[in-house]
Design a protein around this ligand. Structure first.
Ligand SMILES: C[S@@+](CC[C@H](N)C(=O)[O-])C[C@H]1O[C@@H](n2cnc3c(N)ncnc32)[C@H](O)[C@@H]1O
Length: 372
């Protein structure tokens, strides 16, 4: 029974999570609000997006003229190359096309291009998408997709979760503007955090707190609790919620320039809504790094000039004009001090504070300082 469960779990390990139209619209609107011409005259590549499934393709095709796009390219991954095989059946859109090929349909990726009015109805929209089979399977790392990447101004998608590091590196090495969905845990990756620290990438406009719900193929094995949560949010059927999803981008949006309203240190110690702060004499100071511990973003003291450790969720509120990022606990914590005190280490590098004579290992922290 245990083995059966394990193999089921492995089966379920897949990359097929389809983004909701509403989530895309909400996020992209923030960039348009900040700069209405952000996409004008530009080429957008959606490199993991089968238009028959993808709301990214639908959204950008429907708004082609409103955004003033020059070209929209959407490529899809061959069904037989996918980690999760779900009884693929080509759509009528594909089978009714004169160039339909039953073999290529399974083994080749497809490319959809939108750049002019094909139907002659005077508007450029979804109806005008033209498609071909790709030479290969549509792997974003293949030469033909790399060429499309190089031609594009923007790379936008929800990429395969299992290849997130590689996917981000693929965008960054080409110096492209991008907007992608990832997991919040990616913030701490050694390939990702330095880019966040240097303000080369940041979190999108939709906050962490938003529960993103994704479509899944019929028969996918998803966590029952996530499925229930999706149902409570109004998505019944083949949906799941992935709680830690968030957007990563290097496109500017207004929210990241809004200063966080904060209280002084004295006021926090007197009036904070958090019992860990209110009524204390001072903030805790780490044992293994010269910074104070701030367990909640809204408890950051507005008048403290030194280094402060804050939860990762701070990034959701991070305004680069208000704070600078010094590093992450994982890299900055002095573990020699801890080893000397404890005699041994309990896990990887982390910041510690002493409470009631005991060393407490904290959750991961980001170290910040007020902008001088
Ligand atoms: C998380 S899903 C998102 C799909 C779509 N972008 C959306 O948001 O609805 C990622 C998609 O990437 C595809 N994929 C997996 N590995 C890929 C690769 N190496 N190159 C291109 N696409 C890949 C998966 O089959 C899957 O359809």
């Amino acid at each position: 029974m245990a083995n059966e469960n394990l193999s089921k779990a492995k089966e379920a390990k897949n990359d097929e999570f389809y983004t909701q139209y509403h989530d895309i619209e909400k996020e992209v609107s923030a960039y348009l609000e900040y700069n209405p011409d952000v996409f004008r005259g530009k080429t957008v590549l959606l490199p993991c997006d089968d238009p028959e499934w993808s709301n990214f393709t639908k959204y950008f095709a429907q708004n082609f003229e409103t955004f003033g796009l020059k070209k929209l390219i959407s490529t899809s991954y061959a069904p037989e190359s996918k980690r999760y095989k779900f009884g693929y059946v080509p759509t009528l859109f594909e089978t009714e096309a004169p160039h339909f090929d039953a073999d290529k349909s399974k083994t080749h990726g497809k490319i959809f291009v939108l750049d002019h009015d094909v139907t002659g109805d005077g508007v450029i929209n979804f109806e005008d998408l033209e498609w071909q089979y790709l030479e290969g399977d549509g792997d974003f790392r293949s030469k033909e997709i790399c060429q499309l990447r190089d031609e594009a101004d923007f790379i936008i998608t929800n990429p395969p979760f299992s290849l997130f590091r590689e996917f981000l590196a693929w965008i960054v090495e080409a110096g492209k503007q991008f907007l992608v969905i990832g997991n919040m845990n990616a913030i701490t990756y050694k390939e990702v955090f330095p880019l966040i620290k240097d303000n080369k990438i940041w979190l999108g406009a939709t906050g962490f707190v938003t529960d993103m719900v994704f479509g899944v193929p019929e028969g996918s094995i998803v966590k029952e609790s996530d499925k229930k949560k999706a149902e409570r949010l109004g998505y019944v059927g083949n949906y799941t919620r992935l709680g830690n999803s968030c957007w990563f981008t290097n496109l500017d949006h207004g929210r990241r320039h809004q200063f966080l309203p904060l209280m002084t240190m004295a006021d926090n110690l007197k009036f904070s809504r958090h019992k860990e702060i209110r009524g204390k004499e001072k903030y805790d100071h780490y044992d293994n790094y010269d910074a104070i511990e701030v367990p909640y973003t809204d408890a950051i003291p507005s008048d403290y000039e030194g280094a402060m450790g804050v939860p990762i969720s701070f990034l959701d509120k991070y305004c680069p004009e208000q704070f600078e990022i010094l590093g992450i606990g994982l890299e900055m914590a002095n573990m020699d001090i801890i080893k000397k005190k404890l005699g041994k280490l309990n896990g990887g590098p982390r910041l510690y504070v002493e409470r009631n004579g005991e060393l407490v290992r904290l959750y991961e922290r980001i170290l910040i300082r007020k902008k001088q």
